[in-house]
Write a protein that binds this ligand. Structure first.
Ligand SMILES: [Cu+2]
Length: 164
């Protein structure tokens, strides 16, 4: 039944790109790697968003804003010492992505702050978001929701389960 084989093959071609997806995105000179966030307990007002952005081009770019479908708005935050207390502060003017650099947003450092969460984030969900860059433009991405309390290290050791 060659037509059935053809159909199966077509289905395979349609599904394969998703199965092989390493959860990275390309927008012009920018490579966006593994956007993720953490599951939130009921009633949590905010969540952090993490990803890495690599500028493979020769000109600087800038992450100017973002939106997240499960939150009212998104701020771009850095960690700053205020006296001897580490605090989060909004980065006015966005986040510079210098040519040749990889800028990492991760727990304890730079991050996106999903403000006014509309609903708790459930582990395993994929949440639609948009990132807006000054030069490269706008890209649709999905943030993978990892377990409550997941750390950046949990990521580097994908699949490796360590005792706490
Ligand atoms: Cu923050």
């Amino acid at each position: 039944m060659p037509s059935l084989i053809r159909l199966i093959f077509a289905l395979f071609l349609a599904i394969a790109p998703f199965a092989a997806q390493a959860h990275e995105y390309r927008l012009g000179d920018l490579q966006i790697d593994h956007p993720w966030t953490r599951a939130t307990p009921p009633g949590a007002p905010v969540a952090g968003g993490y990803l890495a952005i690599t500028n493979t081009g020769a000109t600087p770019d800038r992450l100017v804003s973002a939106s997240f479908s499960a939150s009212g708005r998104v701020e771009i935050h850095e960690m700053k010492m205020e006296g001897d207390v580490m605090k989060m502060a909004e980065l006015p003017g966005g986040l510079a992505i210098p040519p040749g650099a990889t800028v990492k947003l991760e727990p304890g450092g730079l991050h996106l702050m999903f403000m006014e969460l509309k609903e708790p984030l459930a582990e395993g969900a994929k949440i639609k978001a948009q990132l807006v860059f000054e030069k490269a433009g706008t890209i649709d991405v999905e943030f993978a929701v990892e377990k409550l309390g997941a750390k950046a290290q949990d990521h580097k050791a994908h699949g490796e389960h360590k005792a706490q």
